[in-house]
Design a protein. Structure first.
Length: 609
C-alpha cells in the first residue's frame, strides 16, 4: 500500500520520501527502524505525531510562540521551499507547532481555522504565481474565499527587479489577505535575486512579532534558535558554494551549426552535496573581463582601488569586485532611479520619471551598465558610491542532466552559449560564455545544489512518463532516464525533443538511440524546425500523436515540460488542452480543469524559465 496525504499523517514530500525508502528495507532493517522510532518517542515523551506538524524543543512554560503557525510556500525552483523549512526549524525551536505545506497540498477550506499564516512565494513569468501556488491563489482571489478577521499573517515575496511585475504574486497575496480581514504580523518584504539577507530580516521580524509579550523565555529561545541556525549553515550552499573541478567541457553541436551547447561534467567529490533528477545546479559566475575593463575605462576608475562590498565590511579590489560580485550586464528600473539620483543627470531623471514607462522599458532591453554610463555621461562618480547602488551578481541555475546513481560524485549540465549583437556592441551570456571560453577541464567554479521538489519523477516506478523538452530543455530528461535505468523502473517513457537541424543539433543523440534500442525509452518523437519548409515544433508532433498521447494520460502518465516559458511551455500547455478536447470530448473549460487537476496531483510538472 502506497502512502498518500489522504491515508497517512504525512505531508506530500514526507510521503514521497517514505514511499521511496520503505520498499528498499529488508525485514531486519524495518524491525530495527520500528524499535528505534519507539525508543525515540519514549525518550522524547512524545505520544503521537501530528499530520505535517513539527513540535520540538521547549516545555510549555518556555513556549515563546503561539501554539500553531502555518507556513505556506509557492515555489517554482525551490527557493521558497528551502526558506520555509528554515523558518519552520526556528519556530519549532521556540516551541511552536508548525504546519509546513506547499500551497498545492494545502486544503483551502481549512484556512478559516488558521491563526497565524506565513506565506513565502515567488513570482513567475509576467507577474504570475508559480505552478504549485495557482490553485490556492485562485481560491483566495475567488468568491469562495472566507473572511479572515481572526488571522494574523505576513508575506515574504521573492522576485527579480529586472522583470516588470516584480514580486507581484507576493504583493497580491498581501493585499488580498488584508482585504479578507487579516492583520499583518510583520510588513511584507520583497526580495530581489540576492534574497538571503532580506529574507533573514523578515524571519527575525516575524519571530519577534510572534514572541512579543512572552518574556525572557522568548528572548532566550530566539537567540538559541538563531545561534543553532548560524552554526548549522557551514555546509555548501547558495551562500557558501563548493569550489568544484571541471572534468569535461564539450560542445555538443556539430560542425556548421550556428549554435554552441556545452556539456559540462563537474566533480562533487568531497563536497557532500547530493541531488536528485529534477534538481538544478547553481553556478556562481564571473562577468566578462572585457566588459569589466571597458566599464572601468569609461568611468576612469583605478582597478586596484579597494571598496567595501557588503554591510559586513568585506573588501575587494575594484576589478575583482566587478568581475565576481556585482551585476553589470542587466539594467533594472531601481538601478536607473538610483543612478539618476546619484548622478543628478536631468536626462536620466526624465527617463525614469512619470509618463515615460514604455520608453524606459524599451531602453533597458539588451543594454548593460556600460551603455548606461556612456549614454548618460556618468563618468566621474566615485567607485564606492556607484557600486553601492549595484545589486549582487546572481547565480545561474541549470537543470541537472545526470543521475547521481549513474555518475556518483559528479553532476552534469547542458548550457547553450549566448552571444549576440545589440546596439552596436557584442553581448555575452555571463555564465554560458564563461563556460564556453574561459573554463576548460581541470578548471574550477563555485557551485551548489538547488533542490526542486516541484519537478520530480513519480514515486511509483511503474508510472508512464511523458517528457517534452526542446533544445537544452532536454537536460533533466537525460537525468530522468538515467535514474530509471539505474533503479530498474518498469514504467514506459516517451520523449518529445526538438531543435533546429537533425545533422548538427541533435543533443545526446547516441544516448537516446541506445535507450531506444535497450527498450528503456519506449518511444521518441523529434521535431527539427529548420529541416523542412514549414517549421515543425514539439507541439506539432504532440498533435500528430494525439490519440496515443491521450491514451497514456488515461493510463495515469505523468507529463513533464522543460524549457522556455514564454513561448514553448505556453504552446505545449495549449496543445495538451486541444488533445483533451479532441480525444476526450472535453469542453475547453473541462480541459483546463483536467490540466489543473493533473498539476495538483503532481502529474503535470514544469521546469520553465
Amino acid at each position: 500500500m502506497e502512502l498518500q496525504v489522504t491515508n497517512s499523517p504525512f505531508n506530500q514530500e514526507q510521503a514521497e520520501l517514505l514511499n521511496r525508502l520503505l520498499p528498499t528495507l529488508t525485514g531486519a532493517q524495518a524491525s530495527w527502524l520500528s524499535g528505534y522510532l519507539t525508543a525515540l518517542q519514549s525518550q522524547a515523551g512524545v505520544s503521537s505525531p501530528e499530520s505535517t506538524q513539527v513540535h520540538q524543543g521547549n516545555t510549555p512554560a518556555e513556549s515563546s510562540a503561539p501554539k500553531e503557525v502555518t507556513i505556506l510556500f509557492g515555489s517554482q525552483t525551490g527557493n521558497c521551499s528551502g526558506l520555509a523549512q528554515k523558518l519552520s526549524k526556528r519556530l519549532s525551536e521556540q516551541g511552536a507547532q508548525v504546519t509546513v505545506s506547499s500551497m498545492s497540498d494545502f486544503k483551502p477550506n481549512s484556512l478559516k481555522k488558521v491563526q497565524n499564516l506565513l506565506i513565502l512565494v515567488s513570482t513567475h513569468g509576467e507577474g504570475e504565481p508559480p505552478d504549485n501556488a495557482i490553485s490556492f491563489y485562485e481560491f483566495l482571489h475567488g468568491k469562495r474565499a472566507p473572511q479572515l478577521e481572526g488571522l494574523a499573517y505576513s508575506v515574504l515575496a521573492l522576485g527579480d527587479t529586472s522583470y516588470e511585475f516584480y514580486c507581484q504574486t507576493g504583493k497580491d497575496f498581501d493585499k488580498r489577505l488584508e482585504e479578507l480581514g487579516g492583520k499583518r504580523l510583520a510588513e511584507r518584504v520583497d526580495c530581489d535575486v540576492d534574497f538571503d539577507e532580506p529574507a533573514a530580516d523578515w524571519m527575525n521580524a516575524v519571530l519577534k512579532a510572534l514572541s512579543e509579550g512572552n518574556g525572557a523565555a522568548a528572548t532566550r529561545a530566539q537567540a538559541a534558535g538563531a545561534a543553532q541556525i548560524a552554526a548549522g549553515e557551514t555546509e555548501y550552499s547558495r551562500t557558501h558554494p563548493f569550489q568544484a573541478e571541471i572534468l569535461e567541457n564539450l560542445n555538443l553541436n556539430g560542425r556548421g551549426s550556428d549554435r554552441e551547447t556545452r556539456h559540462v561534467e563537474i566533480s562533487l567529490e568531497g563536497s557532500g552535496l547530493q541531488y536528485e533528477p529534477g534538481d538544478s545546479l547553481g553556478i556562481c559566475p564571473e562577468n566578462h573581463p572585457e566588459l569589466v575593463d571597458q566599464l572601468m575605462d569609461a568611468m576612469d576608475w583605478n582597478p586596484e582601488e579597494t571598496i567595501t562590498i557588503n554591510k559586513h565590511g568585506d573588501q575587494l579590489a575594484l576589478r575583482e569586485a566587478l568581475l565576481r560580485h556585482y551585476e553589470i550586464s542587466v539594467l533594472t528600473k531601481p538601478l536607473l532611479v538610483q543612478a539618476a539620483e546619484l548622478s543628478g543627470s536631468e536626462p536620466l531623471k526624465e527617463l525614469v520619471g512619470p509618463g515615460r514607462e514604455q520608453e524606459l522599458k524599451a531602453y533597458m532591453v539588451e543594454r548593460d551598465l556600460l551603455d548606461l554610463v556612456q549614454d548618460y555621461r556618468l563618468k566621474g562618480i566615485p567607485a564606492p558610491s556607484f557600486t553601492g547602488i549595484l545589486r549582487k551578481l546572481p547565480a545561474r541555475l541549470y537543470s541537472i542532466a545526470s543521475s547521481s546513481k549513474a555518475y556518483p560524485d559528479e553532476v552534469h549540465v547542458t548550457v547553450r552559449t549566448v552571444r549576440y549583437e545589440a546596439h552596436g556592441r557584442d553581448r555575452y551570456g555571463v555564465c554560458s560564455v564563461q563556460l564556453a571560453e574561459r573554463l576548460a577541464s581541470g578548471g574550477s567554479l563555485p557551485v551548489y545544489i538547488q533542490h526542486n521538489p516541484n519537478f520530480k519523477l513519480p514515486v511509483n516506478p511503474d508510472t508512464p512518463v511523458i517528457m517534452i523538452g526542446p533544445g537544452t530543455g532536454v537536460a533533466p530528461f537525460r537525468a530522468f532516464l538515467g535514474e530509471r535505468e539505474e533503479t530498474g523502473a518498469e514504467g514506459k517513457n516517451w520523449l518529445f525533443y526538438g531543435d533546429q537541424h537533425f545533422s548538427t543539433d541533435f543533443l545526446y543523440q547516441t544516448e537516446w538511440q541506445r535507450w531506444l534500442k535497450d527498450g528503456l525509452l519506449t518511444r521518441m518523437d523529434v521535431a527539427f524546425s529548420r529541416d523542412t519548409d514549414q517549421k515543425v515544433y514539439v507541439q506539432h508532433r504532440m498533435l500528430e500523436k494525439s490519440r496515443e498521447l491521450y491514451e497514456w494520460l488515461q493510463e495515469g502518465a505523468c507529463v513533464y515540460v522543460c524549457g522556455d516559458e514564454k513561448k514553448m511551455a505556453h504552446d505545449v500547455h495549449a496543445t495538451l488542452a486541444i488533445i483533451l478536447e479532441r480525444e476526450g470530448g472535453l469542453s475547453p473549460e473541462a480541459a483546463a480543469e483536467y490540466l489543473l487537476q493533473m498539476q495538483q496531483e503532481k502529474r503535470y510538472q514544469r521546469d520553465v524559465y
